[in-house]
Design a protein around this ligand. Sequence first.
Ligand SMILES: [Zn+2]
Length: 312
Amino acid sequence: MENFVLSHLEPGNVFRFFEELSRIPRESGHTDAVSAWVEDFARARGLRCRRDELGNVVIWKEASPGYEGHPAVILQGHTDMVCVQAPGTDHDFEKAPLTLVLDGDWLRAEDTTLGGDDGAAVAMMLALLDDDAIPHPPIEAVFTVDEEIGLLGAAGLDCSDLEGRMLINLDSEDEGVLTVGCAGGARCDLTLSLPLRPASGKLCTLELTGLPGGHSGAEIHKNIPNANRVLAQCLQALPDARLVSLYGGEQDNAIPDRAQAIRWVIDQAQDGDIIALIGKGHEEYQEIRGVKHFFSEEQVALDYLAGKKQAL
Ligand SMILES: [Zn+2]
């Protein structure tokens, strides 16, 4: 094929499919093209295939000779990717292909996220399905969509025609490590109707800041104090207090938090004070599951100051 920058890398088929995949825009919620590409792959090889209305694709491959009696194995990965680009660039994630760059031993994309999560799984599954020399049991390869915005494809997948009772999810972090159990996760929206009552007394603001924060997916076992929970415990210890409002947290997968602390410090500053934002370093991102998300302390401070100025 033309102009493959990864053509010399091994295993060749994995990198070839990864590079082909990288040319197809595949932001969560915009996965029609990548689903069609996976479907075409199956058709071209005469493999049984099903695509559902969400865009999930399942491809079946018979066992190789000698493995016919073995139980089927389901392989699963997601086709969508997190789309973040470097500040000041204007990559169109709906239309433009990624530009892959090989930097020594590192593969990256120019100005954008690479989509290795979970493009690596898609490439490996296709390479396996494409190769008739690798011995394998019956394979049911499941390509799900919209994982990054709430596992929507997996949640809506019709599993009734899948025979496998063992599924290998190819969306983990470390090579050579297989995880056999998971605590799972739950996301919920709760609405409480609380009685409003007139109250009198001193009005206080109770702020809890300076906690280290973290990612709930990777660090929940470290017992990092969660500002929301600690604050609730403080309120419980004040039985006579009346609550006016409560606020905490920025994202549902981030243990709160730092932006809130910056805004609080600005509120406390007097004329002539200098505020130093130190401790985290000068990075313009925070890394969540290996993906760098833009986060600038400077921007948080400037945005908050601009809002305050407007309010004056
Ligand atoms: Zn993933």
